[in-house]
Design a protein around this ligand. Structure first.
Ligand SMILES: [Zn+2]
Length: 279
C-alpha cells in the first residue's frame, strides 16, 4: 500500500487504493483494484451490500384482497420489488426532520387497484413520486379470478441491507487478478481439445481475451498445465459490482466509500474519547 498523507491532526495515516475501470454498462461495473488487500476489499463489498440505502416497500395497508395469496405473502412480494432511488432527496426515516413520523422527504406512497381475471404486475403500482418507481414493470405479484378485487396502499422507505436484504442495492464479488500463461502447442491442444469449453478455442488457439471474459479460464484451469497455467496476483483484485437497478453501480461504490470514511472517523473519535477519559 502507498502512504499518501499523514493527517497528523487526526492521527490517521491515509493509504491510497489504486483503481482502474475495466468494464462499465448501465447496471454493471468491473474494476481492477490494486495496492490493497482482502480485508479492505471485503469491507468495501460488505459496505455496499449492507450500508448503501435504497427504497423498498415497508408497510402495506390492504383495503381489499380477494386473491388466493394471504396479505402477508403479498406484502412480502411487494417489499422485494426494486424501486428507483434518489439518494439526494430522501432521508432514512429515523434521521429525518419529521423524527420518524413519515413525510415526503422520507417515504413514498403507492396505490394499487385491480379487478377481475388478470395477472397483477408491478407496473400497476401508482407512485406519488415520479422518481420512485418499480425498476421492472413486469414482475407478477398475484393472479386474480373473475370478480376478485385487490386494493392496497403501500409505503416505501429508505433502508439498508443490514436490516433486510430487500434494501440491498445489488451484488458484489471479487477475485484475485489472474495471470494466464498460454503456450501455443497445436499437437497438445488437439489432444486436450475436447476437454476445454468449445468457446475457449478461437482460430485453433486458446484465446486469452475470451478466457478472461466471464472468468472462462476457471473452467479451463488444471486441464493441461503445459497449455494453460493460471496464477493469481496477490495484491490485485477484479471487483464486480452489479446493481439491481435502484441506483447506479458507481453510486453504490461512492456511497459505500462515504460510509467507510464515516465509520473510520467514528472509530478514531471513539478511541480519542477513551484516551481522554483514561487521563
Ligand atoms: Zn420524514
Amino acid at each position: 500500500m502507498i502512504l499518501v498523507e499523514k493527517r497528523e491532526e487526526r492521527g490517521v495515516e491515509e493509504y491510497k487504493m489504486e483503481l482502474k475501470l475495466i468494464e462499465k454498462t448501465e447496471n454493471n461495473v468491473v474494476l481492477e483494484l490494486s495496492n490493497t488487500n482482502e480485508s479492505e476489499i471485503n469491507t468495501l463489498r460488505r459496505l455496499i451490500v449492507s450500508e448503501v440505502p435504497t427504497m423498498a416497500i415497508e408497510e402495506v395497508e390492504f383495503i381489499k384482497n380477494d386473491s388466493a395469496l394471504f396479505d402477508e405473502i403479498l406484502a412480502h412480494r411487494l417489499g422485494l420489488i426494486p424501486l428507483t432511488t434518489d439518494l439526494k432527496i430522501f432521508n432514512e426515516r429515523d434521521k429525518c426532520k419529521c423524527e420518524g413520523k413519515g413525510c415526503p422527504l422520507c417515504q413514498v406512497e403507492f396505490t394499487l387497484v385491480a379487478k377481475g381475471k388478470s395477472t397483477v404486475y408491478s407496473s400497476q403500482l401508482e407512485s406519488k413520486d415520479e422518481k420512485t418507481l418499480p425498476v421492472f414493470g413486469n414482475i407478477p405479484l398475484v393472479k386474480l379470478l373473475d370478480n376478485q378485487e385487490l386494493e392496497l396502499i403501500a409505503v416505501a422507505v429508505l433502508g439498508r441491507g443490514k436490516t433486510h436484504m430487500k434494501f440491498a442495492p445489488g451484488v458484489v464479488y471479487y477475485h484475485h487478478k489472474p495471470i494466464l500463461k498460454i503456450t501455443h502447442d497445436a499437437k497438445k491442444l488437439e489432444q486436450f481439445k475436447d476437454k476445454y469449453p468449445k468457446t475457449a478455442i478461437v482460430d485453433g488457439k486458446l484465446d486469452e481475451k475470451t478466457l478472461l471474459k466471464d472468468n472462462l479460464y476457471e473452467a479451463c484451469e488444471g486441464i493441461c498445465d503445459e497449455l494453460l497455467k493460471v496464477d493469481y496476483e496477490k495484491n490485485k483484485f477484479i471487483f464486480h459490482v452489479e446493481s439491481f437497478g435502484q441506483i447506479k453501480p458507481m453510486e453504490m461504490i461512492t456511497v459505500a466509500l462515504e460510509k467507510f470514511n464515516e465509520k473510520i472517523d467514528d472509530f478514531v473519535d471513539a478511541l480519542k474519547d477513551k484516551k481522554s477519559t483514561k487521563k
